[in-house]
Structure formats: structure tokens, C-alpha cells
Write a protein of this length. Structure first.
Length: 212
């Protein structure tokens, strides 16, 4: 099933999916989203480990110390090696919603953009706006550094307990809005770490493509 979905989105990036991809998608019980807009064809959804992606920058869902942790943060630091922690020590931490860039060291990605998602506290503590800022500021760091491709994990939806559907809607709305104004960004990948997350992203992608 995962291969089918990857094939759909890979094909979608190139334009209209092949007949083989559309058949695979139907067999998997998923929808083909139709012709992609100029924004949608630059968005890719995949299932996998973000530390293995060869993109200009991967985003780390960090904490405000920016000195490593569990979840995707731990995986990124393990894969990048101790040089990443050494550079992070010079960066000085970050507040929720901010994003700071370092090199990628032993990662296939050239850079890491460290952003601090909000901890979910029921929704009345500015969590939505802070999560939106994570996406906006990460993409701003990408553009400032003349980089073109980026991959995001599902920021805040793990240890920080932000509800997945709500977070996914914010991720799509923000990325689509930025892409409409930033033609220099060539590809934004949403890297899901479970089939459950992948299906949520697939559903919201189809809704937001229809709405847009
Ligand atoms: N590739 C892609 N996604 C991953 C990977 C991976 N290798 N590993 C985990 N995820 P979390 P948060 C997914 O908890 O909620 C850390 O300790 C994971 O399944 O990593 O923003 C930091 O230091 C989930 O969908 O980040 C902070 O203290 C998503 O990444 C705190 O956790 C985010 O889950 C940040 O919490």
C-alpha cells in the first residue's frame, strides 16, 4: 500500500499520474486527486524515516533547548552525529514557533531546520498560531538560504500531543499559502512515520486540493 501511495505522489509531482499508478491507487482503496495545481504538484506525501531523505533541508521537531531529545529529534541527532549537537550548542535555543538552521553533517540532507512546536494544552494557549509559525519560519529559513527542497515531520503531534487532524490541516494550509507566493521552493515533502498519519495526510491533501 505504501508503495502505491508513493507512486501516486511521485507521479503527481511530474504531472498527471500514470495509468499504472491510478490502478494501484484504486486497488489500495484510495482516491486520485485529479490534475494538480501549481501548488499541489510541489507537495509530496510519503511514509518513511526523515533522516534518510536527500533534500536540501529536513525539519526537526525540537524542544526549546535545541540540544536533542526523543522522537524525530533523537533520530536526527543520532543520524547526523555529534557535530550537529556541537553546532546546536552555538545556536542558543529557540522559542515555540521559531526556526533555526544548521548544517546536516552525516545526514543525506544538507541542512537541518530546527523548529519548536507548541505543547498541546487544550487549544486555548495559542497552539494553532504557534504551529503555523513553525511551518512559516521553517520555509523562511529555506528561502533565505537559497534552498529549494524541504521535508517536514508531523511537528508537535508526538510527545507534544497536538491533535493530528488539526495539526495536519494547519500544515497544509500554511504550506500551500507560502508556496503560492514563493516560486523558489521546488518541493515540500510531508514525511509520515506511520500508516495512520499517512492516511490522515492523504485525506487532508485531497480536501485542501479540492477547496483550493
Ligand atoms: N522520521 C519521521 N518522523 C518521525 C521520525 C522519523 N525518524 N521519528 C518520529 N517521527 P515527536 P513533537 C514522528 O514526538 O511532538 C522530542 O523529545 C512521530 O511519529 O518527535 O514535536 C523533542 O526533543 C510524530 O509523528 O515531536 C521535544 O522535546 C512526529 O515525528 C519533543 O519530542 C513528531 O513527534 C517534541 O515533540
Amino acid at each position: 500500500m505504501t508503495d502505491c501511495i508513493n507512486e501516486l505522489w511521485f507521479s503527481a509531482n511530474l504531472g498527471v499520474p500514470s495509468r499504472k499508478a491510478r490502478r494501484a491507487v484504486r486497488r489500495a482503496g484510495l482516491r486520485y486527486h485529479g490534475a494538480m495545481s501549481n501548488v499541489d504538484h510541489r507537495i509530496k506525501i510519503m511514509l518513511g524515516d526523515i533522516t534518510r531523505l536527500e533534500v536540501d533541508a529536513i525539519v526537526n521537531a525540537a524542544n526549546s533547548a535545541l540540544l536533542g531529545g526523543g522522537g524525530v529529534d533523537g533520530a536526527i541527532h543520532r543520524a547526523a552525529g555529534p557535530e550537529l549537537l556541537a553546532e546546536c550548542r552555538t545556536v542558543g535555543g529557540a522559542n515555540a514557533g521559531e526556526a533555526k538552521i544548521t548544517r546536516g553533517y552525516r545526514l543525506p540532507a544538507r541542512h537541518v531546520i530546527h523548529t519548536v512546536g507548541p505543547i498541546w494544552r487544550g487549544g486555548s494557549k495559542n497552539e494553532d498560531a504557534l504551529l503555523e509559525q513553525c511551518y512559516r519560519n521553517s520555509l523562511a529559513r529555506l528561502v533565505e538560504n537559497n534552498l529549494e527542497t524541504i521535508a517536514f515531520p508531523a511537528i508537535s503531534t508526538g510527545v507534544y500531543r497536538f491533535p493530528l487532524e488539526r495539526a495536519t490541516r494547519i500544515a497544509f494550509a500554511t504550506v500551500r499559502d507560502v508556496l503560492e507566493h514563493q516560486s523558489s521552493i521546488k518541493q515540500v515533502t510531508f514525511c509520515c512515520f506511520s500508516e495512520h498519519d499517512l492516511h490522515m495526510y492523504e485525506r487532508i491533501a485531497s480536501e485542501s486540493a479540492t477547496a483550493g
